[in-house]
Write a protein that binds this ligand. Structure first.
Ligand code: ZN
Length: 208
């Protein structure tokens, strides 16, 4: 296998690399792990105290879920793998709050996080326009999740092209939505791949 970095633009959140000497099944596994198994933080539960905006609670909660949050994979666990066994604790959940009064537009940057490491990456994303007298007040919970469960947990756009249809070279593009850097996406994907193979090997070793 031969790997070459074609382009790396940290500002554009983009990494392009070429992998030579593998087959389509391998390239596709790598693509799927990067796009759908690398976990990122997203708002998953919202408790509304007030919402007199034009959006129903469900619509508003949906929009909040789509706000990319910076993700710290070292400090947080997936709920299913956490020591709290999925009950929710400080190692697997982050609380965020939003309080706004009209008139004016509410932006992602108005969301306040209890953990400064987990915050909206693109502050200028509009969430809702409030008219005079309208207000929202809510508390949200963000968790780590995977794109295979919900696309709001996708870390970015991942695809490959083959420069020669019958060749063995795959040119990957990894473009992050901002939660993780493209580098972190690739490294975490390799981690996941190795871990899954180890688990498989353990399973086979223990066969009787
Ligand atoms: Zn926990």
């Amino acid at each position: 296998m031969e790997i070459k970095i074609v382009e790396y633009q940290e500002k554009k959140n983009r990494l392009i690399f070429s992998v030579k000497g593998v087959d389509t099944a391998y390239a596709n596994t790598l693509r799927r792990i990067m796009g759908f198994e690398v976990p990122v933080m997203s708002i998953d539960d919202v408790e509304f105290r007030k919402n007199t905006s034009i959006l129903y609670d469900e619509m508003f909660a949906h929009r909040l879920g789509l706000v990319p949050l910076s993700t710290d994979l070292k400090s947080y666990n997936m709920m299913s793998e956490c020591k709290c066994k999925g009950a929710g604790c400080a190692s697997c959940t982050v609380k965020l709050t939003l309080k706004a009064q009209g008139p004016g537009t509410v932006y992602a940057s108005d969301i306040k996080s209890k953990d400064p490491e987990i915050k909206p990456m693109h502050g200028k994303m509009p969430l809702v326009k409030l008219l005079e007298g309208q207000e929202v007040e809510l508390e949200a919970t963000a968790i780590l999740g995977q794109g295979r469960d919900h696309s709001k947990f996708c870390p970015g756009l991942v695809f490959y092209k083959m420069p020669n249809v019958d060749g063995d070279e795959y040119i990957f593009t990894v473009e992050s939505w901002g939660q993780l850097t493209p580098k972190e996406i690739v490294i975490k994907a390799i981690d996941i791949y190795n871990k899954e193979l180890e688990e498989f090997a353990e399973l086979v070793k223990n066969l009787e």
